[in-house]
Design a protein around this ligand. Structure first.
Ligand SMILES: NC(=O)c1ccc[n+]([C@@H]2O[C@H](COP(=O)([O-])OP(=O)(O)OC[C@H]3O[C@@H](n4cnc5c(N)ncnc54)[C@H](OP(=O)(O)O)[C@@H]3O)[C@@H](O)[C@H]2O)c1
Length: 279
C-alpha cells in the first residue's frame, strides 16, 4: 500500500497543530488529556497509531497491543516516549489476555481512564458471500471483534475506579448490509449491541460505553478489504484520530453508537463554532 503511517507521522501529517485546530482547543485538550491513562488495542497502525501518537503528545500515558513484533518495535522507536508501553500480544488469544490487562494496569499504576477497543479483523483473508465464508472466519471475527473487547472490558473496568470510558470502534457495516462483508459486519453489529448494554449497565458506576464508526480511512484494514479503492476518497486516520480525541474530551455523549457523520459534526461545530470543547 502507498500509505505508510510512520512516514506520515515523520512529516507531521495527522498530528495536532495550528494548521488543523485553533490554539484554544489545543490548550483545552492538553489540560484534559494530561496524565490520562489510555489502553488501545491495535495501536501500531491506522487509527490506533494516530490516537496513540496524538494522545502521547497531549501528555497521556498510553499502552498499545498488537501482534507484529517488528512493527511494534518500529513504533516504539519512532514515538520514543516513556509514557508509551507496547504489548506484543494477540487480543484474540484468551490465554494471554489477562497478561495484557495486568501489564497495562501495572504500567498505569492501577488506574485506567480509557479502554479503546480498536483492533479488528475482517474475519478471513478475503471478503466472500456468506455461503462461501468458512465458519472459522465468522468465529474468528466474533472472537477478535467482540469476545476480545468483552474480555478486556471485564478486566479493565474495575480499574476505572468509578470514572472512565470504554470506546468500541465499530463500522457502518454494522448497520448496512454490504454483500461479502458478512463475517466483519455480523461481529460489528454484535459489538454495537454489546456497547448499548454496557452503556446501560455501567452508567450506575459512572462509566461510559460508546461505539464510534470512524468512516472509511486509508489503512491496512481498508486496503486488505478493497485493494483498488481510490486513496483520495478515504479519510486520513490522523484526522479521524484527532476528531475522536476532541469528541471524547467533550462532556455530553448522549448516544451509545455514533455514526461517522454525527460525531464529526459535533466536533466541527464545537471547534469552529463558538462552543466549549472540553468538559
Ligand atoms: N479503515 C476503515 O476504513 C474503517 C472503516 C470503518 C471502521 N473501521 C474500524 O476502525 C478500527 C481501526 O481500523 P484500522 O483501519 O485503523 O485498522 P489497521 O490499520 O488494519 O490497524 C489495525 C491494528 O490492530 C492490530 N490488530 C489487528 N488484529 C489484532 C489482534 N488480533 N490482536 C492485537 N492487535 C491486533 C494491528 O496490528 P497487528 O496486525 O500487528 O496485530 C494494527 O495495529 C477497526 O475497529 C476497524 O474495524 C475502519
Amino acid at each position: 500500500m502507498e500509505f505508510n503511517e510512520l512516514d506520515e507521522i515523520n512529516k507531521s501529517y495527522g498530528l495536532l497543530d495550528e494548521q488543523n485546530y485553533p490554539k484554544w482547543v489545543r490548550e483545552e485538550l492538553k489540560n484534559y488529556w494530561q496524565s490520562k491513562h489510555v489502553l488501545i488495542t491495535g495501536g501500531s497502525r491506522g487509527l490506533g497509531l494516530f490516537l496513540t501518537k496524538n494522545l502521547l503528545d497531549l501528555g497521556a500515558k498510553v499502552a498499545i497491543v498488537a501482534r507484529d513484533p517488528i512493527r511494534l518495535q518500529l513504533v516504539k522507536e519512532q514515538l520514543n516516549s516513556e509514557n508509551l508501553l507496547t504489548l506484543n500480544f494477540d487480543i484474540g488469544n484468551k490465554e494471554t489476555i489477562h497478561t495484557v490487562a495486568s501489564m497495562a494496569l501495572s504500567f498505569f499504576e492501577g488506574r485506567v481512564d480509557y479502554l479503546i477497543n480498536n483492533a479488528s479483523t475482517l474475519g478471513g483473508k478475503e471478503l466472500r458471500p456468506l455461503l462461501d465464508t468458512p465458519c472459522e472466519d465468522i468465529e474468528h471475527a466474533l472472537n477478535v471483534n467482540v469476545v476480545a473487547p468483552f474480555r478486556l472490558t471485564k478486566l479493565v473496568v474495575p480499574a476505572m475506579l468509578g470514572k472512565g470510558t470504554v470506546v468500541n470502534i465499530t463500522s457502518d457495516a454494522s448497520v448496512t448490509a454490504y454483500e461479502t462483508w458478512g463475517a466483519y459486519s455480523i461481529s460489528k453489529a454484535a459489538l454495537d449491541h454489546m456497547t448499548r448494554i454496557m452503556a446501560k449497565e455501567f452508567s450506575k458506576f459512572n462509566i461510559e460505553a460508546l461505539a464510534f464508526d470512524p468512516g472509511d480511512m486509508r489503512t491496512t484494514l481498508h486496503f486488505n478489504a478493497i485493494p483498488d479503492a481510490e486513496i483520495s476518497d478515504l479519510l486520513h486516520p490522523g484526522d479521524v484520530a484527532l476528531e475522536l480525541i476532541v469528541f471524547l474530551a467533550m462532556e455530553k455523549h448522549d448516544q451509545e453508537r455514533y455514526a461517522a457523520s454525527c460525531w464529526k459534526k459535533v466536533v466541527k461545530d464545537a471547534v469552529f463554532g463558538t462552543g466549549q470543547v472540553v468538559a
